[in-house]
Design a protein around this ligand. Structure first.
Ligand code: HEC
Length: 118
């Protein structure tokens, strides 16, 4: 029984190490982050609501104005993809690239949870 558990522990530890490796490799590649990894984070919508304060200056909840798209109600996947692409510089927009560059994976996940729930 003891031996069996110990083996299971080793197996789990090896599995975790394997999972962590590609995520780190992605970060090193400087591609802005792994979208599926951000989707798997436990997101805190309340923290997202707090962070969203700085977005509201441009992204009015009522709709588009002066070329700023509406982001309230965006699907989580689309929202995360957009921010990761701005952060990586793949999607071109100076303001959003600067904004996204300051956001961590956890903050993007929290913002996605907040806006997708609107
Ligand atoms: C200074 C104005 C400004 C601020 C502040 C700002 N944005 Fe933006 N955002 C824009 C503009 C302009 C675009 C459209 C850029 C483009 O054409 O790609 C945009 C696009 C986006 C998009 C893509 C929308 C789509 O339909 O593809 C997302 C998501 C987004 N912003 C999220 C945020 C979040 C989250 C914050 C706050 C952390 C934020 N923005 C703060 C101006 C702003």
């Amino acid at each position: 029984m003891f031996l069996k558990n110990k083996r299971a522990m080793v197996f789990v530890a090896a599995g975790l190490a394997l999972c962590a490796a590609p995520a780190l490799a992605d970060k090193d590649a400087g591609n802005g982050g792994d979208i599926s990894a951000i989707l798997e984070l436990t997101a805190d919508p309340a923290y997202g609501a707090y962070l969203a304060g700085e977005c509201a200056t441009c992204h009015a909840s009522s709709g588009t104005s002066q070329g700023v798209p509406r982001i309230a109600g965006m699907a989580r996947e689309d929202f995360i993809l957009a921010l990761v692409e701005y952060r990586a510089g793949v999607r071109d927009n100076q303001v959003m690239q600067t904004t996204a560059a300051r956001l961590s994976d956890e903050e993007i996940a929290a913002l996605a949870a907040h806006f997708s729930a609107q």
